[in-house]
Design a protein around this ligand. Structure first.
Ligand SMILES: Cc1ncc(C[n+]2csc(CCOP(=O)(O)OP(=O)(O)O)c2C)c(N)n1
Length: 273
């Protein structure tokens, strides 16, 4: 039986670490990192077939963080899962430290491509997924995109391509937190009705509460069983999730927390008294 409480605790620990490292090493983009932590925990602790000791082993599942500005969330997840030494987080962004604001290929074990210029991760995954199909390999390709990111036209070109090639080995997850860098997504470029749009493009589209661990796992497992078409999971999330004064406040796209704010956040997460 899956221990949901253990996964939720892991997510709280990762949120606490994110806030702490952001303060200590001046790493921005906390809001969009906090919105996708539960998705990352569900993927790395339960869904992805990938060995932290040997992530490039043939047949391993692949995860691509297309919203590359959330690299801090990915790196922290990878460190907690044992892909590399957690001590690297202590000096995040420092000279000779491979952890930066965006992922670079092979900067650490478990990261293969550069993302950060938004709108490219899905196309990259489709290329790998098509190659895997041609070689009759059975692994899955998971891509995490932001809702602001999917304003990019390149995403919709990829959305046309995947069903045409019946890429049922691709699972795209949209971190639908309703914000982007400079404002509300609905006011910059409306996406409604987002689920129906992906369906209309020929994808199997599923909506889920992106902070409900049980529902996330059920949806991701159902997605893995879909045959004949690619899958889009619209994860309803909250930017800054888990910390009361960061939730739904887009200042935390760039803001760095003070020491007092780190303490308050860690108390709220139940990590200190
Ligand atoms: C091609 C490109 N244009 C602009 C940016 C600058 N940028 C960085 S984060 C961001 C907001 C993206 O919004 P979203 O994908 O919703 O991220 P979230 O709100 O979840 O952090 C933008 C526009 C970029 N990284 N790449």
């Amino acid at each position: 039986m899956i221990d949901i409480y253990r996964l939720e605790k892991k997510a709280r620990q990762i949120r606490g670490q994110l806030v702490e490292t952001s303060h200590k090493c001046h790493v921005p983009h906390l809001g969009g990192c906090l919105s996708c932590v539960d998705i990352l925990v569900a993927l790395y602790w339960q869904i992805l077939k990938i060995d932290p000791e040997e992530p490039n082993k043939q047949g391993s599942d692949k995860f691509i963080l297309s919203k590359g500005h959330a690299a801090h969330a990915l790196f922290t997840t990878l460190a907690y899962k044992g892909f590399f030494d957690r001590q690297l987080l202590d000096n995040y962004g420092g000279l000779d430290n491979p952890l930066g604001e965006h992922p670079l290929p092979n900067c650490v074990s478990g990261v293969e491509i550069a993302t950060g210029s938004l709108g490219h991760g899905l196309s990259f995954a489709l290329g790998m997924a098509l190659a895997a199909k041609l070689k009759q390999q059975s692994q899955k390709f998971f891509v995490l995109m932001g809702d602001g990111e999917i304003n990019e036209g390149s995403v919709w070109e990829a959305a046309l391509f995947a069903p045409m090639h019946q890429l049922d080995n691709v699972i795209a997850i949209i971190d639908y937190n309703k914000w982007q860098a400079t404002g509300r997504s609905a006011e910059v470029m409306s996406l409604e009705s987002i689920t129906e749009k992906w369906q209309a493009f020929g994808w199997e589209a599923m909506a889920v509460d992106g902070h409900n661990m049980e529902q996330l796992l059920l949806t991701l497992k159902a997605a893995k069983k879909v045959k004949g078409k690619p899958i889009a999971i619209i994860a309803d999330t909250v930017k800054g999730k888990g910390i009361s004064f960061m939730q739904d406040d887009n200042n935390w796209h760039y803001r760095i927390p003070t020491n007092d704010e780190v303490m308050t956040a860690k108390k709220e997460l139940g990590l200190i008294k």
